[in-house]
Write a protein that binds this ligand. Structure first.
Ligand code: ZN
Length: 191
């Protein structure tokens, strides 16, 4: 699927909202992205992962790993299509780690995934975990690169969409100046 079709899919499933939003950071934005809204449909998750998987089909990936919870569905479906394991890391006392007996064997080929890559914070934490286990990171894959292509992770990055979503400090927000009512995404009817 091309970029326009993806954007339409995101809008149709309310994964991409347009309006005036109060983000958890306290900043304001005219767009809000929530990949879980599109990944709740297994057929769409399958389609998205088919497009992503094509880049890694011949890379002999042993394991796909992402940070919980956002990347769990993506990691699972991508691994299903690549016919390999899917694991996730999660926070314990604020530190991202492998739990539940999950392991990466030395030399295993690893694909790191995250649904939306903004600053790459959680992805970097996953990369550190893979290095500790001496896995071999092949690439990082995601659905959306929200950095507008600026993020640098030290490994090849493959995403299906690149979006630059501007955020504003409340006092400088042009949407506030226009008097558009603000919505906190996920709180109630957000359309
Ligand atoms: Zn505002």
């Amino acid at each position: 699927m091309n970029k326009e079709a993806y954007i339409q899919m995101f809008k149709d499933t309310d994964a991409l909202l347009e309006g005036h939003f109060l983000l958890s950071s306290g900043k304001h934005s005219a767009k809000y992205l929530q990949c879980a809204k599109v990944l709740q449909y297994p057929n769409l998750a399958e389609m998205i992962c088919r497009d992503l998987a094509q880049y890694f089909k011949d890379k002999q990936i042993d394991v796909v790993i992402g940070p919980a919870l956002g990347a769990v569905t993506l990691s699972y479906e991508l691994a299903r299509q690549l016919n390999c394991r899917s694991i996730f890391a999660e926070r314990e006392d604020g530190v991202m780690k492998l739990r539940r007996g999950f392991k990466i064997e030395e030399g295993e080929k690893v694909l790191v995934v995250e649904d939306v890559i903004t600053t790459g914070g959680s992805v970097r934490e996953i990369i550190e975990i893979v290095k500790e286990y001496k896995g071999e990171i092949v690439a990082v894959a995601g659905i959306v690169d929200r950095s507008g292509g600026k993020v640098e992770l030290g490994y090849p990055l493959k995403t299906l969409l690149t979006l630059e979503i501007e955020t504003y400090e409340p006092e400088e927000c042009p949407l506030c100046k226009e008097g558009i009512p603000i919505v906190k995404p996920g709180s109630r009817k957000s359309k």
